[in-house]
Design a protein around this ligand. Sequence first.
Ligand SMILES: C[C@@]1(CC(=O)O)c2cc3[nH]c(cc4nc(cc5[nH]c(cc(n2)[C@H]1CCC(=O)O)[C@@](C)(CC(=O)O)[C@@H]5CCC(=O)O)C(CC(=O)O)=C4CCC(=O)O)c(CCC(=O)O)c3CC(=O)O
Ligand SMILES: NC(=O)C1=CN([C@@H]2O[C@H](COP(=O)(O)OP(=O)(O)OC[C@H]3O[C@@H](n4cnc5c(N)ncnc54)[C@H](O)[C@@H]3O)[C@@H](O)[C@H]2O)C=CC1
Length: 212
Amino acid sequence: MSHYYPIYVELQNKPVLVVGGGTVALRKVKTLLEHGAVVRIVSPELHPELVELVDDERCLWKKKEYSADDLQDEVLVFSCTEIEEVNSAAAGDAQKSMRLINVVDDPEKCTFIVPSILERGDLSIAVSTGGSSPIVARQIRAELAEHYGEAYEDYLTLLGSWRKDVKARLTAEQKEKFWNRATDGEMLELIKNGRLDDAKGVMQKCFQSLLG
Ligand SMILES: C[C@@]1(CC(=O)O)c2cc3[nH]c(cc4nc(cc5[nH]c(cc(n2)[C@H]1CCC(=O)O)[C@@](C)(CC(=O)O)[C@@H]5CCC(=O)O)C(CC(=O)O)=C4CCC(=O)O)c(CCC(=O)O)c3CC(=O)O
Ligand SMILES: NC(=O)C1=CN([C@@H]2O[C@H](COP(=O)(O)OP(=O)(O)OC[C@H]3O[C@@H](n4cnc5c(N)ncnc54)[C@H](O)[C@@H]3O)[C@@H](O)[C@H]2O)C=CC1
């Protein structure tokens, strides 16, 4: 079993500190922004793509070397430098105040690690090898991407849109019938074939017939 406990964290409008502004910082920052975090970078230099993000006011930049007072109310910290002393200092500071920290070149100093992620709307598949091989995590993600295609986004949106009505208006037995029908493969197949409206129709009909 993996040493790490997997969770999905709500980061909308939550402050996150990123120490360092190179290639790896860029990758982490992009994913953080996609998930709504408020990112502050502390680094003497920045990758050109990060400069663009700062210019577009998508994230904040303090142009300096990291020091303990850079850590404010952030919930997560990423230390993305190759410099052992900087990474150790950031890890120590974060742990003193019980903040979770990711040190990109030293798994031993991490209190969390980042998985390889495949997202299709509300479907999110996170793959981790616990640091044994990030490349294998990426390869597995690519294999999953073949199997779980774009159709899953509309498929899950459609299923999700029924949850409230089904919960409020069907009995336990009817719910089971409804969800079994909704997930028996036909809806997914219709959506894969570009027939989302037909899938919506089938679900509507199924719901009405169960209501009687
Ligand atoms: C522990 C962890 C900490 C963390 O970063 O959270 C970590 C650590 C290290 N990565 C290193 C190297 C590489 N990392 C990647 C890529 C990714 N690394 C990611 C996560 C993680 N990397 C965490 C564990 C995840 C797990 O295994 O479960 C991914 C999944 C997520 C992301 O970063 O967003 C993302 C793929 C995203 C995708 O494409 O889907 C590549 C390939 C590439 O760049 O394409 C290489 C070069 C090849 C190689 O070395 O294997 C090194 C050595 C540095 C050196 O040798 O100097 C260390 C440090 C060490 O191992 O000591
Ligand atoms: N975890 C992962 O996914 C991966 C980790 N790595 C490792 O991550 C480390 C970083 O790699 P890159 O981003 O390619 O390096 P890089 O050299 O592009 O970036 C390092 C950044 O740290 C900044 N920096 C230097 N001193 C600093 C200080 N005192 N305070 C704040 N920032 C400072 C630099 O200005 C630069 O922006 C390397 O050790 C690399 O081996 C490499 C690949 C993947």
